[in-house]
Design a protein around this ligand. Structure first.
Ligand code: ID4
Ligand code: ZN
Length: 261
């Protein structure tokens, strides 16, 4: 059935030679969001986002993606509301993208890929003492997903794009001390939400996903800037950092809820 083809696809996927999905995993990510199968939940609250731009620390190329990391030692950059029981602290954001504009996102909507997807990773510091512990717990993380589509130039993203040449190689880092990631989140409040996992190792089933319905627009040059990053360290044979997205995972016994009708 579909399940075993997923396992096979995971097993063969170059980027995730490590455990495909958690053996016996029942809430793996990413998934296809079938719009007509999502269930409107009138009890879902609006998501409240309050980030302090001065909590921004640096950008680094970790060999999977480029991460913008934040000082998560206090509650200065948090999200609350939406499907969440507690407030969650911003830890980092990163992207997934393709070699060409036909694919690149991790989630799909009605089986349509976007050229890229932004993930803002938050952890439940109300209940857990550290990010590392929260990663292992069912309600430990909350990730906001934002689709990127080809269109107008994105001013806010450009400040990030201008810094990318400095982190071209794996394990390079550059200081980045003021950035407000809310400029990357659409003002439209509509989102889907479901219980899932990290899409990179350790693939733990600890993520409440909040996927924004509206994409942001970026231009071709900005997508190309992502594609000139490298998976490889300086001195190694160059491998362009592209197609750093995990294959779709089975929905299993899950319902995707929508905050909108
Ligand atoms: N695509 S995703 O699902 O939004 C996503 C995430 F949610 C993440 F949390 C991470 N993540 C991985 C680690 C290493 C930690 C190293 C110490 C043990 C815990 C993991 N830091 N953040 C991540 F890389 C990622 F891609
Ligand atoms: Zn991600």
């Amino acid at each position: 059935g579909a399940c075993c083809s997923y396992r096979l696809r995971n097993a063969l996927h170059p980027l995730w030679q490590s455990p495909l999905s958690i053996p016996g995993g029942s809430r793996q990510s990413p998934i296809n969001i079938q719009w007509r199968d999502s269930v409107y939940d009138p009890f879902l609250k609006p998501l409240k986002i309050s980030y302090d731009p001065t909590t921004c620390l640096h950008i680094w190329n970790n060999g999977y993606s480029f991460l913008v990391e934040f000082d998560d030692s206090t509650d200065r950059s948090i999200i609350v509301g939406g499907p969440l029981e507690n407030q969650y602290r911003l830890k980092q954001f990163h992207f997934h993208w393709g070699a060409i504009n036909e694919w690149g996102s991790e989630h799909t909507v009605d089986s349509k890929f976007y050229p890229a997807e932004l993930h803002l990773v938050h952890w439940n510091a109300v209940v857990y003492p550290s990010f590392e512990e929260a990663v292992m717990e069912g309600n430990g993380l909350a990730v906001i997903g934002v689709f990127l589509k080809l269109g107008a130039h994105h001013e806010g993203l450009q400040t990030l794009v201008d810094a990318l040449p400095a982190v071209k190689h794996k394990d390079t880092v550059i200081e980045f001390d003021v950035f407000d990631p809310s400029c990357l989140i659409p003002s439209c409040p509509d989102y889907w939400t479901y219980a899932g996992s990290l899409t990179t190792p350790p693939l733990t089933e600890s993520v409440t996903w909040i996927i924004k319905k509206k994409p942001i627009e970026v231009d071709e040059n900005q997508l190309e800037a992502f594609r000139m990053l490298l998976f490889t360290s300086d001195g190694e044979e160059e491998k362009r950092m592209v197609d750093n997205f995990r294959p779709l995972q089975p929905l299993m016994n899950r319902t995707v809820r929508s905050s909108f009708q």
